[in-house]
Design a protein around this ligand. Structure first.
Ligand SMILES: Nc1ncnc2c1ncn2[C@@H]1O[C@H](COP(=O)(O)OP(=O)(O)OP(=O)(O)O)[C@@H](O)[C@H]1O
Ligand SMILES: [Mg+2]
Ligand SMILES: [Zn+2]
Length: 364
């Protein structure tokens, strides 16, 4: 597996895009109705499909077959092929993080005036658009005010609040959402099936959790973990490569806390650490787990809103564990764990903040 998974499994058409339903639908409608806007703004967290959808849109507006096929690019014509291979001269991707100045935008404006060489539309994809300088934004604004008919701008950013309001008022904005653990798990499972790799369900889930809502991170982690895997992908490998803890491991520590045996707790996390686990990751997962347990203690009916990612088994386990604590004790645990995360920023000893928190939690 030479290729990086997130590139290999980047969706090539709208139908492969996970989530972001209303964005996909609106773009497809625009294409079938021939009502494409001249400037879009794609806003959202890392790895949620902004660049992916920008490229699909660039194909769809230039694919002669798309309008007949519900807006889907055919991925077979010359234009689709040239765009897919990155050879198309009319699709211009600019990373605003490294080309943020007035000169680059002036050049862009000059270029935008000229007709496309081969396609119907010139498409400018400007990544990390919030990084443009004030002068560059002003120059861009002039083009957005009177865009040539053959040009489409797609600005992508993770920080819309850093975009000038004058620009925001000139673009059609789409907000991309983070993915749920289940959505990430499903895509990872599909990749594993195609790569013909067997995996423990818990291992895939650990990666899906650790990715925190972004698919690129999830797929990068999977690439990394698979490079250390022979045969079946296991929880153990995920722990040692990514340092993250499984649901079960965190649950086991919670059991020890309920039991109140400080020595066992300390041995547990030290063993985790000695086996390649990251104390910081464990702390993060423990804080998350405790928070969820606390909310379920308040009312387990909140399941759908607070723990939609848990399986039936995990949910029951968490509710049962919550019963072993007083609400006040859970609240104190949450507080001790936040403090531990603060402390973690101030020390080079990775286990100490967690150890201190466990001592505090064990005090009566
Ligand atoms: N909606 C999605 N459906 C399926 N796969 C996705 C989706 N979004 C992202 N991915 C996967 O994650 C990878 C990275 O996505 P993409 O480059 O589109 O993210 P991005 O939103 O542009 O992130 P960044 O802000 O970091 O540039 C893709 O190559 C693809 O494999
Ligand atoms: Mg991107
Ligand atoms: Zn095509």
């Amino acid at each position: 597996m030479g290729e990086v998974l997130y590139r290999k499994y980047r969706p090539t058409g709208f139908d492969e895009v996970i989530g972001q339903e209303h964005i996909v639908q609106t773009l497809k409608n625009a294409i079938t109705q021939g009502a494409v806007a001249h400037a879009y703004l794609f806003v959202g967290p890392r790895g949620t499909g902004k660049t992916t959808l920008a490229r699909i849109l660039a194909k769809a507006v230039n694919c002669p077959n798309a309008a007949k096929h519900k807006g889907e690019p055919c991925n077979a014509c010359q234009n689709c092929e040239d765009i897919a291979s990155g050879r198309a001269l009319d699709i211009i991707e600019i990373d605003a993080a490294s080309n943020r100045g007035i000169d680059e935008i002036r050049e862009l404006r000059e270029g935008a005036r000229l007709s496309p060489t081969q396609m119907r539309y010139k498409v400018y994809i400007i990544d990390e658009a919030h990084q443009l300088t004030k002068e560059a934004f002003n120059a861009l604004l002039k083009t957005l005010e009177e865009p040539p008919a053959h040009v489409i701008f797609i600005l992508a950013t993770t920080a819309a609040d850093k975009m000038p309001p004058t620009i925001l008022s000139r673009v059609q904005r789409f907000d991309f959402k983070k993915f749920s653990v289940a959505q990430i798990e499903a895509k990872l499972a599909k990749i594993l099936a195609q790569e013909k790799v067997k995996a423990e369900a818990g291992a895939v889930r650990m990666i899906a959790h650790a990715a925190e809502g972004g698919l690129r991170d999830a797929e990068s982690m999977l690439t990394q973990v698979l490079s250390h895997t022979q045969g079946t992908l296991t929880e153990k490998t995920v722990q040692s490569v990514l340092g993250v803890a499984s649901f079960k491991q965190v649950g086991d520590l919670i059991d020890l806390i309920a039991k109140g045996d400080l020595k066992e707790m300390l041995v547990y996390i030290n063993t985790f650490h000695n086996e390649g686990g990251s104390a910081e990751e464990f702390l993060k997962s423990l804080a998350q787990y405790t928070r969820k347990m606390t909310l379920l203690k308040i009312d387990a009916d909140m399941r759908e809103s607070v723990v939609p990612e848990l399986t039936e088994e995990q949910f029951s386990a968490m509710v049962a564990q919550a019963k072993r604590f007083e609400l006040a004790a859970l609240r104190r645990m949450c507080e001790a764990l936040i403090e531990a995360q603060e402390n973690a920023k101030r020390t080079s000893l990775p286990l100490l903040p967690l150890e201190l928190a466990l001592m505090k939690i064990s005090e009566k």
